[in-house]
Design a binder for this molecule. Structure first.
Ligand SMILES: [Ca+2]
Length: 225
């Protein structure tokens, strides 16, 4: 075996080891509490409820929950999964329908039914029947794709409303946004490829290994680019 190919194969093995190391980032979990949570109610249109220890969603009288999360630390990583977790304190056949809210300017201690921002009409997730003292999860992977501010509205179609512990409620039972990150494999691969290519004058692709001499392909393994 030509010496250069041996070196390249060692490098190729090292590439595998590097992938193994960096892939430990897969499944990293980031958990955020809300920076604001409250609910507004149609029967008390000028009342603010931002300091309540729970928030309600109801179809009659209509009550909408509003939550805002500030997500950081994602950077160039990919969000593999985003879940809103809520701890129920009032049972209902309808746990709630979750919508995005584009307007993040609402104030936790000032917003009322009359001033509440409108929700985006796209339904993000639904919770079915809920019972007290239980955590429920709503999948928000379609919404939370990176760092930023995310406001949510939770509404209900049932006249039997549900309620959940707010961030002012019992410690450890407030809302959570739980993000699971995908491994930054693409970034690691390209960074490693560039470094190896510079040092050994080879090109390692996903399906192919080339050894070049003076810029020309001298050895090749695997498929084409
Ligand atoms: Ca609150």
């Amino acid at each position: 075996m030509p010496r250069s190919l041996t070196i390249a194969l060692i490098a190729f093995s090292a590439l595998g080891a590097l992938f193994a190391d960096t892939s430990s980032a897969a499944g990293d979990t980031l958990t955020f509490g809300p920076v604001a949570d409250t609910f507004v109610r149609s029967d008390r249109p000028t009342k603010n409820l931002g300091s309540a220890t729970s928030f309600a969603v109801d179809g009659d009288p209509v009550k909408h929950a509003l939550l805002r999360f500030s997500v950081s630390g994602i950077g160039t990583n990919t969000v593999a999964s985003a879940k809103l977790r809520l701890y129920n304190v009032d049972k209902s056949p309808v746990g709630g329908n979750v919508y995005g809210v584009v307007d993040d300017s609402w104030g936790e201690t000032t917003v009322t039914w009359n001033t509440a921002p409108a929700a985006d009409p796209t339904l993000l997730a639904s919770l079915g029947a809920v019972a007290p003292n239980t955590w429920y999860e709503a999948d928000l992977t379609s919404l939370v794709t990176g760092d930023g501010t995310y406001s949510l509205q939770i509404a209900s179609t049932s006249s039997n409303g549900a309620a959940y512990t707010s961030k002012e409620g019992a410690a450890g039972f407030g809302p959570q946004l739980v993000l699971v990150l995908a491994a930054p494999e693409g970034l690691a691969r390209s960074t490693f490829e560039r470094a190896v290519a510079r040092r050994l004058d080879i090109d390692i692709g996903p399906l192919r290994l080339e050894v070049r001499r003076a810029g020309r392909v001298a050895e090749q393994m695997g498929g084409r680019r």
